[in-house]
Write a protein that binds this ligand. Structure first.
Ligand code: AMP
Ligand code: MG
Length: 347
């Protein structure tokens, strides 16, 4: 046995009497951690109302204490006890996008422990749509704090195997609900200011939020490196999603990228490119997904980054995705994997 736990991996269905679901719910009620599938990425779940259980999340992941967690619920009745106010905008967003990959930041109630919110006066809340996640929340009867079920800094897990790679020995149970449909973390929007503000892009796009809310602001940290000091979305300031290799983003037309890549050939140098360009890429390469399908790129991104580790890549040049629609979420994750290092080949 490696580590404190002999970690079990159980296939899970959404049936409330599925033994995997009842076992997960029992562990959560006992204050233990369980990795569960959601539609975005796999989550490392704990009872959100139990500070000791939540503290185990930070320990297992090696997550900085000042990075707050999202609380997951399975029905709207679970929301009022967690917040002091439900603004009209929150009701509208819930109606449009819940259950689904949208997290709302709201004023927190005193029931939510400090360790969940990293001491902030707000709490981030989401209602996932994945049937296994919903079953686990329902059967446990608890609000569930859950960040991504990876070691801090590594690419987020989009399969149960990824969770096992990172957390074997550190937690008692991983539920396998198949590969994640979305593949990147939820959209985060804060509703505490005058104007709703997008803190993290995801599958619910800025355009979709505007359709429901009218005006929204996009936090500068979505596309640029956050300055030192307080930031609206604490998670945005960290180096993230990184394979062991150094990642450098390249922007510009494929012809310019191709010429550049041809000059970089060396041991351990790889490229991450659109599927259409795999055939004439001068470096060994992995496909991110089709050029014009950001949803597919999002699905593949984190497993592609993990695959580059398996290939023992040392340096990876990653073609920049388009920043529209869901492409903004893909770009946001990739630029962080690259530590904001970009080579502009626009010519
Ligand atoms: P993760 O659990 O890794 O998907 O990260 C959750 C992210 O949601 C954090 O890194 C923050 O950026 C954001 N978040 C969570 N709670 C809050 C909050 N109260 N205020 C602002 N952002 C939050
Ligand atoms: Mg994470």
């Amino acid at each position: 046995m490696m580590g404190e736990f002999d970690t079990r991996l159980l296939p899970a269905t959404a049936r409330p009497d599925d033994p995997a679901v009842t076992q997960a719910a029992k562990l959560l009620r006992q204050g233990e951690l369980v990795a569960i599938p959601t539609e975005t990425v796999y989550g490392l779940a704990a009872n959100a109302l139990d500070p000791d259980a939540v503290a185990k999340i930070f320990k297992a992941k090696g997550r900085p204490q000042d990075n707050p967690l999202i609380v997951h619920i399975s029905s709207l009745e679970e929301l009022p006890p967690l917040v002091t106010e439900i603004p009209d905008r929150a009701r509208k967003l819930a109606e449009a996008f819940w259950p689904g990959p949208l997290t709302m930041v709201l004023p927190r109630s005193s029931r939510v422990p400090d360790v969940v919110t990293a001491g902030l006066e707000t709490v981030a809340i989401r209602m996932p749509s994945h049937s296994v996640a919903r079953a686990v929340i329902q059967v446990s009867g608890l609000p569930i704090a859950a960040p991504s079920a990876n070691l801090s800094g590594k690419p987020s897990p989009t399969s149960a195997r990824h969770c096992m790679e990172d957390l074997t020995g550190k937690i008692p149970l991983v539920l396998d609900g198949g590969p994640c449909q979305v593949g990147v973390e939820s959209t985060v929007v804060t509703l505490t200011g005058d104007i709703p503000r997008l803190l993290r892009p995801g599958a619910v796009t800025a355009e979709q939020l505007r359709e429901v809310l009218g005006l929204i602001e996009v936090d500068p940290a979505v596309l640029e490196k956050a300055e030192d000091g307080p930031v609206a979305s604490p998670g945005m300031k960290y180096m993230h999603y990184s394979p062991k290799a150094s990642v450098v983003m390249i922007t510009g037309p494929w012809s310019a990228c191709k010429d550049f890549l041809a000059r970089q050939q060396d041991e351990g140098v790889w490229a991450l490119v659109f599927d259409e360009d795999l055939g004439d890429c001068p470096l060994p390469a992995i496909g991110l997904g089709p050029r014009n399908d950001a949803a597919k790129q999002a699905q593949h991104l984190f497993s592609a980054l993990r695959e580059l580790d398996e290939q023992q890549a040392r340096l990876v040049y990653a073609r920049a995705p388009f920043e529209e629609g869901m492409g903004l979420a893909v770009y946001n994750r990739l630029i962080r994997a690259a530590g904001f290092s970009v080579i502009d080949l626009m010519g």
